[in-house]
Design a protein around this ligand. Structure first.
Ligand code: PEP
Ligand code: MN
Length: 269
């Protein structure tokens, strides 16, 4: 399997996304809103996370929503706004491709193409993403085992994509007090079984903004190669995932606390 250490063509554990390196001494933090809602919302928050010290920008243009009645994203217009935010902040952008038909448009704007949790089992999309020429961020299916996650990674690698980053984003358990259960076991386990960098998304993994800073620190402590954090200028007005989004102020404090943990494990943020 290509994901295995010492396999033919195995990478060295580092993935470079437009100059941002996952798997090196520095732990990149990807930040931004769940969803691109408007030009002013996205540009405002993009500048705020850049100022705070984020390494990359996130924001969904095509949104995979559990309810068909929820906001589905600005789609192509959202991509245009992301392109502007990217140009303004000079931060590389990661955004999700929901289906193969969107891939070319997403790959034109994005520095990294996200495959979301709900699509982790979509082998056709995995293969197409792996062939699109851009680095891929693969999120773990919310009910996927580690083995299934690694098979999904194999589809992307097998399609010719050498720049793949895995993301633990929480799994379904019997617990209902949090949105998902952030499976931090996955971090050292994946790093044992594969050469691929592993990042953690504690925003979806907890679904509770008060829990995100602590779980981000825990993720860095257990060896995560990066973080993905939802940050919104006005979480109470967010069209999606406001309850798990940090304000820029909290995000700044969170990064300061993270730095101390990173130093303790021989890294920097
Ligand atoms: C996201 O990161 O925007 C997202 C929808 O996450 P997930 O696919 O993990 O639910
Ligand atoms: Mn979200």
């Amino acid at each position: 399997m290509r994901f295995e250490k010492n396999s033919e063509g195995a990478g060295d554990g580092r993935v470079d996304v437009a100059g941002v390196v996952f798997g090196g001494g520095r732990v990149p933090v990807i930040a931004g809103p769940c969803t691109v809602e408007s030009r002013s919302q996205m540009l405002e928050i993009a500048c705020a996370v850049k100022e705070a010290g984020a390494s990359m920008l996130r924001g969904g243009a095509f949104k995979p929503r559990s309810s068909p009645y929820a906001f589905q994203g600005l789609c192509e217009k959202g991509l245009e706004i992301l392109a502007e935010a990217r140009q303004k902040t000079r931060l590389p952008v990661v955004t999700e491709a929901l289906e193969t038909a969107h891939l070319a448009a997403v790959a034109e704007v994005a520095d990294m193409v996200q495959i979301g949790s709900r699509n982790m089992h979509n082998s056709v999309l995995l293969h197409a993403a792996g062939a699109c020429g851009k680095p891929v961020l693969l999120k773990r299916g919310m009910s996927a085992t580690i083995q299934e996650f690694l098979f999904a990674a194999e589809y992307v690698l097998e399609a010719g994509c050498p720049r793949l980053v895995l993301c633990e984003r929480g799994i379904r358990t019997f617990e209902t007090a949090t949105r998902f259960t952030l499976d931090l076991n996955a971090v050292p386990l994946l790093k044992l079984r594969t050469w691929l960098p592993v990042i953690v998304d504690p925003s979806h993994g907890t679904g509770v903004k008060e829990l995100v800073p602590a779980m981000a620190r825990a993720a860095v402590a257990c060896g995560a190669d990066g973080l993905m954090i939802e940050v919104h200028g006005h979480p109470e007005e967010a069209l999606c995932d406001g309850q798990q989004s940090e304000t820029p102020d909290v995000f700044v404090r969170m990064l300061a606390e993270l730095r101390a943990v990173a130093v303790a494990v021989g890294r920097t943020v």
